[in-house]
Design a protein around this ligand. Sequence first.
Ligand SMILES: Cc1ncc(COP(=O)(O)O)c(C=O)c1O
Length: 389
Amino acid sequence: MIQIAERMGRLGTESAFEVLARAKALERQGKSVIHLEIGEPDFDTPAHIKEAAKRALDGGATHYGPSAGLPELREAIAKHIAETRGIPVSPDEIVVTPGAKPIMFFVIMALVNRGDEVVYPNPGFPIYESVINFVGGVPIPIPLVEETGFGLDLRELERRVSRKTKLLIINSPENPTGGVLAPDEIERIAELARHYRVPVLSDEIYRRFLYDGRFASIASLPGMKDQTIILDGFSKSYAMTGWRLGYGVMPVPLAGHLTRLMTNSVSCTATFIQQAGLAALQGDDTPVQTMVEEFRRRRDLIVDGLNRLPGVTCARPRGAFYVFPNVKALRRPSKEIATYLLDEGGVAVLWGTAFGEFGEGYLRLSYAASREAIQQALDRMGKALARLL
Ligand SMILES: Cc1ncc(COP(=O)(O)O)c(C=O)c1O
């Protein structure tokens, strides 16, 4: 009998993958399911990026590379960050990883001791809380408020950040709400971080999916670059979720620790994939812009449609590709509603509490599906919910 280490009991998971598996099982039984549960663009990776990967393979990029990433890619990322965040960045501040998720895992591993407090958004990406618990940290969730477009509850944040806080995590545009932090909210978070000298992990993976206003990174504010870790990557912006390519931007000493974590875990990110990433950064940006415009049309379709459904109200999020409709009027736990919609309505969605306790009363729908599929899902949901009331 294999004995599992006690720490594994503290590791959580992501419900999206479980719901996807259940939905696929229903499909194998012949049931039709519309997938609004998983957070990945349904677009294909742009052709010039795929061509670059093929060329790299044929050119022999099939060997180990440096743990922190290929110098030419780190150079290109440094330039890209300098241009998009307006701060000077050098390649030795960049660590390239297989997907952006390892940045979150490694940063929490590198900064948080047992008993240290970590402040993070709730509802939020479930892996933050999972890894905080895994390393023995103390999770301090900060609720998001629907009335402010799902911004952080700043008063609660002010109460909870202290000398005991070892890391503050923010995510804008946000998964699961689509909320975007306003410039004055980012300013206030930066003030607190500076005052208590707390490093900030700024998850900017949805930066390109912003439907109005300009993107603002906390790293661009005075004094913040030295205490910010930017998490970004290629999965969402370039429809490259399956390629596994992401990166972190951080002060050089921390980059050294993350590089050692890379050496100890996966050695390096696949080299031909990194060359494809270089093509993504340096090549034609039109496919990304076309994709984002289509997402904007889908957002409007799904928000308008949801607001016509019985018992549902839905704010119009400014970013990402998720909506977080309020279903409190249905007077049932959100998990029960989501399960009912899959079993009885043939629509796979996630329940708000899959993203933390403050997600109760909401569902999360990803609109990474065609407009036809979204319309059909809305029709199915309308019929199913009418039977619930
Ligand atoms: C908020 C957030 N951060 C990071 C990631 C991880 O991205 P990647 O697929 O590059 O690991 C995701 C993916 O769903 C996400 O939603």
